[in-house]
Ligand binder design. Structure first.
Ligand code: MN
Length: 433
């Protein structure tokens, strides 16, 4: 037995990358084509590696409109695979459910393309060119929000074939994704398939290796969110006689979203901070992404440490940084899209922070259980309007995030305690000398 196939999902073809502020035309052009380039690379890979078939686990399209660029590119790729007798199995996901239309026009005769229907057992049994028996089963989304476990519609696979279940589903729940078609590894295992080719969660992961329950992740990252970071692509799966499936990750997405953290504690001027971030970004990109298929890296930068005495506007810093980065020697273009300020609140010597700290502490003392106390909110609201931009941005973030808010209160409490302790010790020392 020797079966070779590609497992991909969440192509989100022609996604518009909404909400991303990309000012550099070179990068925005690259992004505009990134999801389509990833699809073209998948087709090239399937043909050059002579795989037997391709499984696509949902969210082929990105939005309701399913624009003409996405449709023609999909059709073109599927035609190429058909010409090479490479079968394609597809389920529709929450971004492209069946009630919003089929994936390919009915008048297109694509004999080797199988799109599974919703809410009814879909199954295709066939033999590969080497004579190995394969069964692919799958269930599509009928509507955008399938809240039932769709795996219950699957038929049992036959034991003498290599069997694959193709689903767009949430295994075990992931807070970053809508809990559509929720299921568990135990539930899937009990169905008896050899390989579960999953989509929906954009983070690539082998959930279980016996049997294989796998998320290929999306083929191109979509934003600087955690599930979208790093290299994106597909799994090429090889199944040989008496051997379990062997998975090889292949990068497809040309634009990589990533994240770099820079400590700016020791810098006290804007040019110094810009230099520090640029060199950190360049170093990070050259160590992580050389020798890859990456055409550009879109970075989110997190700054930690004190910004005392430095006035920094996020937008001007981003502009400055990108100017700086476009002149660098880095082989892969780097573009910074956002900057976050972390833990600046710890700098208790800043008068704004000290004010907030004291009122927060007072609030905490007054009512320990209620973190979303009026006083904390008031002091944070006050902070938003400070001329000290990073603190303002941080305060705004805190107001929208109860978890960070509670962390802040803990931080403040321990810092104020440390401060008191310090003063107490200083006094003690003074007495001794
Ligand atoms: Mn998706």
């Amino acid at each position: 037995m020797s079966i070779k196939f590609i497992h991909a999902s969440d192509l989100h073809l022609d996604t518009p990358f909404e909400g991303l502020k990309i000012l550099d035309p070179k990068i925005s052009d690259m992004l505009k084509d990134a999801s389509l380039t990833a699809w073209d690379r998948l087709i090239d890979l399937a043909i050059s590696d002579e795989v037997d078939f391709v499984v696509l686990a949902g969210d082929i399209y990105d939005g309701r409109s399913r624009g003409v660029r996405a449709r023609s590119r999909l059709l073109n790729g599927l035609r190429q695979l058909s010409e090479h007798s490479i079968k394609v199995f597809i389920v529709q996901g929450n971004h492209d459910p069946v009630d919003e239309g089929g994936l390919v026009p009915a008048d297109q005769r694509l004999t080797d393309v199988y799109v599974f229907p919703p809410r009814t057992p879909g199954k295709v049994a066939f033999s590969t060119k080497d004579g190995d028996d394969v069964e692919v089963h799958g269930i599509s989304y009928g509507t955008r929000s399938e809240t039932e476990d769709l795996s219950k519609f699957l038929e049992r696979p036959s034991h003498d074939s290599f069997s694959i279940a193709l689903l767009h589903a949430s295994v075990g729940g992931d807070p970053n994704h809508e809990p559509y078609s929720p299921t568990t590894t135990a539930k899937l295992e009990s169905l008896g398939f050899d390989y579960y080719a999953l989509g929906h969660i954009h983070t690539r992961q082998v959930v279980s290796a016996d049997p294989y329950i796998v998320y290929s992740g999306n083929s191109q990252g979509l934003s600087p969110k955690p599930s979208e970071l790093g290299l994106k692509g597909c799994y090429e799966v090889q199944v040989d006689k008496d051997q379990g499936p062997r998975l090889t990750f292949v990068q497809l997405g040309p634009v990589v979203f990533s994240h770099v953290k820079v400590d700016i504690s020791d810098s006290d001027s804007l040019p110094e901070i810009t230099d520090l971030i640029s060199s950190a970004a360049e170093k990070f990109v050259s160590s992580e992404y050389l020798d890859t298929e990456t055409a550009a890296v879109v970075l989110r930068v997190t700054l930690t440490g004190s910004l005392l005495g430095t006035r920094v506007e996020e937008s001007s810093l981003i502009e400055e940084l990108n100017d700086h980065l476009s002149d660098t020697r880095s082989e892969i273009p780097i573009f910074v899209t956002s900057i976050r300020f972390e833990h600046l609140i710890k700098d208790i010597s800043n008068p704004f922070i000290a004010t907030a700290a004291v009122s927060s502490l007072a609030a905490l003392r007054a009512n320990e259980a209620q973190l979303e106390n009026r006083l904390i909110h008031e002091s944070l609201e006050e902070l938003i309007t400070t001329p000290f931009a990073p603190v303002g941005a941080y305060a705004r973030e805190l107001l929208n995030d109860a978890l960070i808010l509670s962390e802040l209160v803990q931080d403040v409490q321990s810092h104020v305690e440390a401060l008191i302790q310090e003063q107490f010790q200083d006094n003690g020392q003074e007495k001794q000398t």
